[in-house]
Design a protein around this ligand. Structure first.
Ligand SMILES: [Zn+2]
Length: 283
């Protein structure tokens, strides 16, 4: 018997409850499952969840990401194990991590210290065709996001070990990867990709997961921000907030789960209780 454990993260509301789900597979061979890449196991779980019409517990979206899969407690993606395997077999490893906070997009490459050119080229072509093959919903732009991909192999055979994306559009990913594409002479525009161009500052109302009030109506008025506010953490020091008008924060979030919001550049950033607060409005 094989027990697959995994966490869930939502690409729609960016929430994760941190609770490990366990699925039992009777009559399964453990060795067979341990030899699969994490990406292959993710695809299996995605198919089951699709059949069950499973949704996010927070916002009911089906756009849920399967994270950190393990097979009988053994992580399906283990960086040290991959380094060891590629070293032993004379293979290579290539990784890209992209972090996004509004229009600030930061790429960090990683993997084998020296890559063979043909492996690098095949790996990069694999990334582009793979991303192009995935549903656009996986690349729904949010105010913050993370992309990660890791590949191993040789120029003859490249496999994707891990893939994650939430909050970053296909265009943003290709733009960020462009210097690496240029290095191996690959132009992503040759791949005839459907554009997912969207305003990077646009996000769904379901992103709001918390709220705060001004100390008093007078204080709100004198400082120039709304009395009742919904918000979410953009990063450690920054909140994105929106005034809820006459609605309670709960009602406001419920009413606006699927409405688009963007940062309101006409409202200056505020400093509230030591945090930078950016105001958003319906877009
Ligand atoms: Zn959700």
């Amino acid at each position: 018997m094989v027990m697959l454990g995994y966490n869930l993260g939502c690409r729609n509301c960016l929430q994760s409850d941190g609770i490990k789900r366990i699925t039992q597979i009777l009559d399964a061979d453990e060795r067979n499952y341990l030899s699969k890449t994490e990406l292959n196991l993710v695809k299996m779980v995605e198919t089951w969840r699709e059949q069950e019409e499973a949704t996010c517990d927070f916002c009911n979206s089906t756009n849920v990401e399967i994270l950190d899969i393990d097979v009988n407690g053994e992580p399906a993606y283990d960086f040290d194990r991959l380094v060891q395997r590629t070293n032993t077999k004379g293979e290579y490893m290539l990784m890209f991590n992209i972090d996004k906070s509004l229009d600030n997009i930061r790429l960090r490459p990683g993997g084998s210290p020296k890559l063979e050119f043909h492996f690098a080229k095949t790996a990069i072509q694999t990334i582009i065709t793979f991303i192009a093959s995935l549903p656009t919903s996986y690349f729904k732009a949010q105010a913050r996001g993370n992309f990660f991909i890791s590949l191993t192999g040789s120029h003859l055979k490249v496999q994707i070990e891990r893939f994650r994306n939430s909050g970053i559009s296909k265009d943003e990913i290709f733009q960020a990867l462009k210097p690496s594409l240029d290095q191996v002479g690959v132009d992503y525009r040759q791949f005839n990709l459907a554009s997912t161009k969207s305003n990077p500052n646009t996000f769904k109302g379901s992103s709001f997961n918390s709220w705060f009030y001004a100390e008093s109506l007078e204080e709100a008025k004198s400082k120039g921000y709304p009395y009742s506010n919904v918000c979410f953490n953009l990063d450690e020091n920054t909140l994105v907030a929106c005034g809820t008008g006459n609605d309670s924060p709960r009602d406001f979030i419920q009413k606006n789960l699927n409405n688009d919001f963007k940062i309101d550049s006409s409202t200056p950033a505020m400093n509230i209780n030591g945090k930078k607060v950016l105001y958003a409005k319906r877009s």
